[in-house]
Design a protein around this ligand. Structure first.
Ligand SMILES: [Zn+2]
Ligand SMILES: [Zn+2]
Length: 217
């Protein structure tokens, strides 16, 4: 059984997630962006956090990653194409007037199609460029659960105006890699409430079947 817990952290109100195998207590963190003690408190006593997956390299998702890595000893991964965002973390922090964040050092880079084992569960990394070149989602096929980072939100999509952003790539990622996973899939985004892929496929104003961009403005 997949256990999903989340907490909203940091000045950008980002959802940090803990995913765990309820049978074995093997756990992982997805985007421990800030307020690491609160993120670590999502785990039950005795659970073992063995993996930290960064969906992409923007500051709100990664600023706390080094601290989380130190606290857990977990293996930290990000897609190669967002490595430059990590290296530029001090610059990102300065841009937002934040305290200089510690640059996390990934143990390695994850890639499209990589299998992630979490106790009795298996997930797959999906490379979904668009919000950033290295943005990835994490797909628990057996549980119909998807973590989307800033690629897809309930009723919206990630911004594409930052360096490496590409709206056409984003729309292609969502339509060709995420929607085919199935209407019944529950997704957990980097900001805001969780949703279902079916609702977004039908009604998302940016990438849904009946685009209505601007109608509500
Ligand atoms: Zn982002
Ligand atoms: Zn974000």
């Amino acid at each position: 059984m997949l256990v999903v817990r989340s907490v909203v952290v940091g000045p950008f109100a980002m959802n940090a997630y803990l995913a765990a195998c309820g049978e074995t207590g093997e756990a992982m963190l997805i985007d421990p962006g800030a307020e690491i003690p609160r993120v670590l408190a999502l785990a039950e006593p005795g659970w073992r956090i063995g993996r930290i997956l960064l969906t992409h390299g923007h500051i709100d998702h990664v600023a706390g990653a080094a601290e989380a890595q130190r606290a857990t000893g977990a293996t930290l991964t990000i897609h190669q194409a967002d490595q430059a965002w990590l290296a530029g973390l001090p610059r990102q922090a300065a841009m937002f007037g934040l305290e200089g964040a510690e640059v996390p050092r990934p143990d390695r880079h994850h890639a499209d199609g990589e299998q992630v084992t979490l106790g009795n569960l298996t997930a797959t990394v999906l490379h979904t460029p668009g919000h950033s070149a290295g943005s990835c989602c994490l797909w628990f096929a057996g549980e119909d659960v998807l973590f989307t980072g800033d690629t897809l939100f309930a009723g919206s999509v990630g911004r594409t105006d930052l360096p490496g952003g590409d709206f056409e790539a984003l729309a292609t990622s969502i339509r060709e890699k995420l929607f085919p996973l199935g209407d019944g899939v529950t997704f957990h985004p980097g900001h805001g409430p969780s949703g279902s892929l079916g609702e977004e496929r039908r009604g998302n104003p940016f990438v849904g079947e009946a685009p209505r961009r601007g109608r509500y403005v």
